[in-house]
Write a protein that binds this ligand. Structure first.
Ligand SMILES: Nc1ncnc2c1ncn2[C@@H]1O[C@H](COP(=O)(O)OP(=O)(O)OP(=O)(O)O)[C@@H](O)[C@H]1O
Ligand SMILES: [Mg+2]
Length: 277
């Protein structure tokens, strides 16, 4: 790990403002990851550039280091942060929003600054989930004017964010992000519910791709259209639990039972839209 012993994570309200995962710990989380084609391409290019820093510096072309991920819940934004940290062999620093956000907003700004300072000193992937909580459009903030100052602090931090660390922000409320904040990102990743192929690939990873499973996967793809990856994972888990209780094998009935027991929240209209692509 590159984090040196003498560089400490900042604390707030008596607790550390982030959780650290080593690249090996990150690997454990990403076993079943399915990266959508557009995002796979972005990630590969991003990593290629990180490994060609000298050439980019020579050509005086800035190296991307700020990624914003947006899209519906359960589509793999957080998972991609783990994936990137693992691929870049850097520790992942997951910011704890509950520790950062303070009822005294001046404190919130100062916590944001401290965590960026930390990432400047220790090479890492700094990940801020639910980014909208600190980066809301300044004109939409009705509660307190002071929140706008948090956004200003964030803008400064983003502008000053140079060196070898990577900053990743994720949100499912991208339309609420402040425009100026949005512009600071050099890399944008758009997430969506899985299409049929991605669904099939994910199911294969979860239940195994033996020849005997292929008809089951085809049938289940129809059932699960419109569900997020996170929904599908929960449905398959429910099915697995039932299999253990009943001492049975994979079957469509078992998956259907998992589906009915889980009650995915996506609407029929969304399910239709995804099914058509
Ligand atoms: N693309 C994916 N490939 C494999 N598994 C996924 C994917 N997306 C989500 N999952 C599963 O769903 C769970 C939630 O995913 P994740 O936290 O990455 O979603 P998210 O997009 O960050 O959602 P949120 O917007 O709610 O934070 C993960 O633990 C993972 O197991
Ligand atoms: Mg997330």
């Amino acid at each position: 790990m590159t984090i040196k012993k003498n560089i400490r994570l900042p604390k707030s309200k008596g607790i550390e403002t982030a959780t650290v995962y080593t690249p090996d710990e990150c690997l454990k989380k990403i076993k079943h990851i399915v990266l959508q084609a557009n995002n796979q391409q972005i990630v590969e290019e991003f990593i290629t550039i990180q490994n060609m820093k000298a050439k980019f510096e020579e050509a005086d072309v800035p190296i991307p280091n700020k990624i914003v991920m947006f899209g519906p819940p359960g589509t793999g934004k957080t998972l991609t942060a783990f994936y990137l940290a693992h691929r870049l062999e850097l520790p992942l620093i997951v910011v704890r929003l509950d520790a950062i956000i303070h009822s005294h907003l001046g404190e919130t700004g100062s916590n944001v600054r401290k965590i960026f300072e930390f990432a400047k000193l220790a090479q890492c992937v700094l990940f801020l989930d639910e980014f909208d909580a600190v980066a809301r459009a300044r004109d939409s903030i009705d509660e307190v004017k002071e929140m706008a100052r948090v956004v200003n602090t964030l803008l400064q931090c983003l502008d000053e964010f140079q060196g070898n660390s990577i900053f990743i922000a994720a949100t499912n409320l991208e339309e609420e992000l402040d425009n100026a904040v949005w512009r600071r990102f050099d890399t944008r990743m758009n997430y969506a519910l899985p299409n049929k192929d991605e669904l099939g690939l994910f199911l294969t990873k979860l239940i195994g791709g033996s020849a005997g499973n292929s008809a089951l996967i085809e049938q289940s793809k129809e059932l699960l259209q419109g569900c997020s990856f996170a929904d599908i994972e929960q449905i398959i888990l429910k099915a697995k639990r039932r299999m253990i209780i009943e001492d049975s094998e994979w079957s469509y009935e078992i998956i259907l039972h998992g589906y009915e027991a889980y009650h995915p929240r996506s609407l029929p209209s969304e399910r239709q839209a995804v099914g058509s692509n």
